[in-house]
Design a protein around this ligand. Structure first.
Ligand code: F3S
Length: 289
């Protein structure tokens, strides 16, 4: 069985940096270390950290955390109000928000203070998007689907600043922006659009490579946590190119049915998938099938 693993599979720079930081902090904070939400969308990593004493706290838990606790703000980032609450409760924190996400926070903060209406192209339920909304000092709208874009009513005469969730699909972003571009003619006073493609390069490159490999192979495996949105997007992209595309979390999910009539298998993985799991999947496919 020939196996091709995408070079861009697995942890991106921002996730690697966040995970490394938590492991580094374990030694100095043995029993009062918390991450604000799971550090990444990967159960294996979260469970391993839990065994080492790192607990997951929610925003609601902040008020009741024991004195001396340290909170890690994960790579997705959080809104301004969360920093304010951490200060208010006197909790110390380590901020590992990805610099690319921080850049979006600064953009929307500045633009909204200047009076622009902020449009975020992304999933309104994704923590990164929730965090970005939390830096808008004025109105903001999250657009995820074509229908959302069609329903958007541009506020007359207002400048509109469009940014994107870092892990959003680039082609979908372009399509939605195109709808918004036409929308500006709905008003008698044209809206000035400031379009900022803030999709992370890591995501674009991973998506491009996944698409290209999926187009070559007989079976394509997409490895990642069940709740990882960027892994789900990778799956969608690969499925369009290769009907035999499967979403797996670990080698345990592999099944011989996946490789019927296959001699060439491609593997890619979401940004929150550890290298170790990708290697295990690769080994498993090579040896067992
Ligand atoms: Fe950062 Fe890009 Fe990863 S924004 S967290 S390096 S996907």
């Amino acid at each position: 069985m020939e196996v091709k693993v995408a070079k861009t599979a697995g942890f991106c720079f921002g996730v690697q940096r966040a995970v490394d930081k938590v492991y580094e902090l374990i030694g100095s904070h043995p029993d009062k270390l918390f991450t604000l939400g799971p550090i990444i969308h990967n159960e294996e990593v979260v469970n391993d950290l839990e065994k080492k004493g790192v607990r997951v706290a929610s925003e609601e838990d902040l008020k009741t955390l024991p004195e001396g606790s340290t909170i890690v703000i994960r790579s997705h980032g959080v809104g301004k109000e969360v920093y304010d609450r951490l200060e208010e409760y006197g909790l110390s924190y380590v901020d590992v928000t990805c610099p690319f996400v921080l850049k979006i926070h600064r953009i929307v903060e500045k633009e909204s203070r200047a009076g622009s209406h902020v449009v975020i192209i992304g999933d309104p339920d994704h923590p990164e998007v929730v965090g970005i909304c939390g830096w808008c000092m004025g109105p903001c709208t999250v657009i995820k689907t074509e229908q959302d874009a069609l329903d958007f009513v541009p506020p007359p005469g207002k400048n509109i600043c469009i940014v994107s969730q870092t892990t959003f699909n680039y082609n979908k972003f372009k399509d939605l922006v195109e709808i918004l571009r036409k929308k500006r003619y709905d008003n008698t006073v044209l809206n000035i659009l400031n379009i900022l493609n803030t999709i992370c390069n890591a995501t674009e490159e991973r998506q491009r490579e996944a698409k290209s490999i999926a187009g070559e192979v007989d079976t394509m495996l997409v490895v990642g946590g069940r709740h990882s949105s960027n892994t789900q997007k990778l799956f969608e992209i690969c499925k369009k190119e290769c009907e035999n595309t499967y979403y797996i979390q670990t080698p345990v999910d592999l099944d011989s049915d996946m490789f019927q009539c296959s001699s060439y298998v491609g593997i890619t993985a979401g940004a929150s998938t550890p290298k170790k799991i990708i290697e295990e999947v690769q080994e498993h496919v090579r040896i067992k099938f």
